[in-house]
Design a protein around this ligand. Structure first.
Ligand SMILES: Nc1ncnc2c1ncn2[C@@H]1O[C@H](COP(=O)(O)OP(=O)(O)OP(=O)(O)O)[C@@H](O)[C@H]1O
Length: 274
């Protein structure tokens, strides 16, 4: 379980990015973190594993107070937190398998990580993960030969290779087309359910967040202005978070996207492609 208590962050520039943010994420819960640009979503995700140092407040992973750990212990604690990034952060010239195995680098002794020698159980696990994310036939391909969606699947498998207790996901679909975005969100949700893994997903697309998470936290100007189920996110709340928008038009557009998807899948089935 993750607990964030009274977290605040003011950058050296004087920008107040987070003010007194508190929430808990129990095991297996996937939280969509939404809010306009500059609301503090990335800062919040990064404060959890102290890639950004909070100015005040606490972060607990289970009983462990992440915020009070000295550097060396923080490194150990970070192994318990998997991160998935918008731009995938893969090593382009390495193979898919090597990228997944790099998720273990925090665990293996330095000399072994240097020679990239991994034990059989790491390899077995990586193969299983690649199978789970639908890439078992791509293990030897170089990362730079993959599509965006495939890259993000590698990013997911890599995060899982370290057996995390928490997933921090930063704009996982920002570089993907709508259909692939939905597939990636579905995959993350399924994997968290299978592993009883809590996750926070920073996602700018409200409709995606509503369709693929069961709880949404809305940030505005560094403060939590909504914390509840997707159904409760009505036009009034959305306007409070984002300001005035035509929410009906936005929903219609997303809905027609869904229909296009469904029609495509049907056509592919009829043509015997899937
Ligand atoms: N390294 C930094 N130094 C100074 N100010 C920063 C830094 N990073 C972010 N900020 C400021 O903190 C506030 C929150 O930024 P943050 O990137 O967390 O928002 P965000 O909700 O993730 O936005 P976006 O959706 O555009 O990525 C903004 O006012 C931003 O300008």
């Amino acid at each position: 379980m993750l607990k964030v208590a009274n977290l605040s962050k003011t950058y050296k520039t004087g920008d107040k990015a987070l003010s007194d943010v508190s929430f808990e994420v129990p095991s297996g819960e996937v939280v969509g973190l939404i809010g306009p640009s500059g609301a503090g979503k990335s800062t919040l995700i990064r404060c959890v594993n102290r890639l950004v140092e909070p100015t005040a407040g606490k972060v607990f992973l289970g009983d462990l107070d992440i915020t009070s750990l000295p550097r060396k212990e923080l490194r150990r604690a970070r192994r318990r937190i998997g991160m998935i990034f918008q731009e995938y952060a893969l090593v382009e010239r390495l193979t898919v398998m090597e990228n997944v195995l790099s998720g273990r680098l925090g665990y293996v002794p330095f000399w072994r990580s240097f020679t990239r020698r991994f034990n059989q159980s790491d390899l077995d696990k990586a193969f299983k993960l690649l199978d789970r994310v639908g890439l078992s036939d791509q293990a030897e391909k170089r990362a730079d030969a993959l599509s965006g969606g495939q890259r993000q699947r590698v990013g997911i498998a890599r995060a899982l290779e370290q057996d995390p207790e928490l997933l921090l996901v930063d704009e996982p679909t920002a570089s993907l087309d709508p259909k692939t975005s939905r597939q990636i969100m579905r995959l993350i949700g399924e994997i968290c359910a299978e592993r009883d893994l809590p996750a926070i997903i920073n996602i700018h697309d409200v409709i995606l967040a509503q369709n693929f998470t069961r709880r949404i936290i809305g940030l505005r100007a560094g403060q939590v202005v909504f914390d509840g189920p997707p159904d409760a996110l009505d036009d009034k709340v959305l306007t409070e978070i984002y300001g005035e928008e035509d929410w009906t038009a936005m929903r219609k557009a997303a809905h027609s996207d869904d229909h296009d998807d469904a029609a495509l899948v049907k056509e592919e089935r009829l043509a015997g492609l899937t």
